[in-house]
Design a protein around this ligand. Structure first.
Ligand SMILES: *[C@@H]1O[C@H](CO)[C@@H](O)[C@H](O)[C@H]1NC(C)=O
Ligand SMILES: *[C@@H]1O[C@H](CO)[C@@H](O)[C@H](O)[C@H]1NC(C)=O
Ligand SMILES: *[C@@H]1O[C@H](CO)[C@@H](O)[C@H](O)[C@H]1NC(C)=O
Ligand SMILES: *[C@@H]1O[C@H](CO)[C@@H](O)[C@H](O)[C@H]1NC(C)=O
Ligand SMILES: *[C@@H]1O[C@H](CO)[C@@H](O)[C@H](O)[C@H]1NC(C)=O
Ligand SMILES: *[C@@H]1O[C@H](CO)[C@@H](O)[C@H](O)[C@H]1NC(C)=O
Ligand SMILES: *[C@@H]1O[C@H](CO)[C@@H](O)[C@H](O)[C@H]1NC(C)=O
Length: 329
């Protein structure tokens, strides 16, 4: 009997350690449905993001299924990523759940042709910042780092050479409060298209919104980030590009409006809503929401509490249990 009690105690301790380890992990939904042009880089992009997920303490789930856009499913994510989506990828119920998610503090990221998505859906286009107009041919050009220092650009050279599509937009994202952090150098490439819209200068290529403008009055705005780069497979295999995107992801999560960094938030990884302070008694110095882990993740550095700690802890508990079982039986 004592053995069984000790086994239960051991399992409980291990369970609680896993809870603590999960405490600051964010869950992010990648949505890549396409009803217009389909980029063949989508699977490469998803794979690249999932490969890097531990480095920013995120668990990605990817889907192309619009029925995932319900209130209850979205509420378990700390951010949504629209990855090279095109066309009318949500119906009106899906849009309503998306709007509700934004109102509850949900964070949003959009990449590449996500700006050619839901073009007439106001909450989506405001949360995004500006709708795609056209792009000149794929070619090499220079992207300038502009604006304040930001986790999505801090590692980039001031003039960054890319091979991509230099998107033009139908409006100036700054009009919605966006801060532009990357700007295509228009002298470095050829664009023979006709500009019918004022997208502002310098040319907007990536930007962020501290308060995503898709939120409705009275809602708790999360953060929004958009990068128009990301066309080619090769781009998603480029470490600099990946650090640009991962920096954007880390930054949106620090809105502190989701459970990744706010245990009383209304959306985000449910595992982070467990009141660890109230339940932990027997263990241990597992990292929970330490200021250290928040500070380091603001720099885009890996913050996963050591899995080694869990393994070692488990082994120690197991060894102690065996010892006591031997003593008592
Ligand atoms: C990009 O990668 C995908 C998936 O591996 C592949 O099917 C596609 O052919 C690649 N595209 C190019 C242009 O190489
Ligand atoms: C968006 O609205 C414009 C103007 O009403 C219309 O011409 C266009 O077809 C609409 N696009 C979509 C994808 O619904
Ligand atoms: C274009 O950029 C790619 C990727 O950065 C690079 O590999 C290639 O050499 C460049 N091509 C030219 C013509 O500069
Ligand atoms: C923009 O590109 C042109 C042509 O490549 C180059 O001469 C110029 O220095 C670049 N300017 C900036 C600010 O990057
Ligand atoms: C979120 O919390 C971190 C850590 O306390 C802080 O540095 C950051 O400024 C907060 N973000 C917002 C938007 O308040
Ligand atoms: C944390 O979430 C609660 C509930 O939504 C909200 O009232 C509070 O402002 C959030 N904290 C921050 C720093 O955003
Ligand atoms: C966690 O539990 C403590 C102690 O019972 C309580 O004071 C605190 O408000 C709780 N926090 C949340 C987010 O429920």
């Amino acid at each position: 009997m004592t053995g069984i009690y000790l086994l239960c105690l051991q399992l409980w301790l291990v369970f609680e350690q896993f809870q603590a380890v999960q405490a600051t992990q964010a869950r992010i939904l990648i949505y890549s449905r396409t009803l217009g042009f389909r980029h063949d880089s989508i699977p490469v992009a998803i794979n690249a993001l999932k490969t890097k997920q531990d480095s920013i303490n995120v668990a990605f789930t990817s889907t192309e299924d619009p029925s995932q856009f319900t209130d209850s499913i979205l509420s378990s994510y700390d951010a949504l990523v629209f990855l090279s989506t095109t066309g009318e990828v949500l119906d009106s119920d899906g849009v309503a759940s998306f709007q509700k998610y934004l109102n509850l503090g949900g964070n949003f990221l959009a990449i590449h042709s996500a700006s050619d998505t839901l073009r007439n859906t106001t909450c989506y286009t405001k949360e995004l910042g500006a709708v795609f107009d056209y792009h000149p041919a794929l070619q090499n050009f220079t992207v300038d780092v502009v604006g304040p220092s930001h986790p999505s650009t801090s590692m980039l050279p001031a003039q960054w050479n890319v091979q991509d599509e230099a998107y033009n937009f139908e409006s100036n994202p700054r009009a919605l409060g966006a801060i532009v952090v990357l700007s295509a150098n228009e002298s470095s490439y050829v664009d023979t298209g006709v500009r019918r819209f004022d997208q502002g200068t310098p040319h907007p290529t990536a930007w962020y919104q501290e308060r995503g403008a898709g939120v409705q009055q009275g809602g708790a705005a999360g953060r929004s980030f958009y990068s128009s780069l990301g066309h080619l497979n090769e781009t998603w295999q480029d470490e600099l590009f990946m650090s640009h995107i991962l920096g954007g992801i880390s930054w949106v999560l620090q809105s502190n409006t989701t459970r990744a960094f706010n245990s009383s938030a209304l959306v985000g990884n449910q595992a982070n809503n467990i009141n660890i302070t109230a339940t932990s008694t027997a263990t241990s110095k597992q990292p929970t929401k330490s200021t250290e882990s928040q500070a380091s993740s603001s720099l885009g550095i890996a913050t996963s509490p050591s899995k080694l700690t869990v393994v070692v802890g488990t082994l120690v508990v197991a060894a102690l249990s065996q010892f006591f079982i031997k003593l008592l039986t």
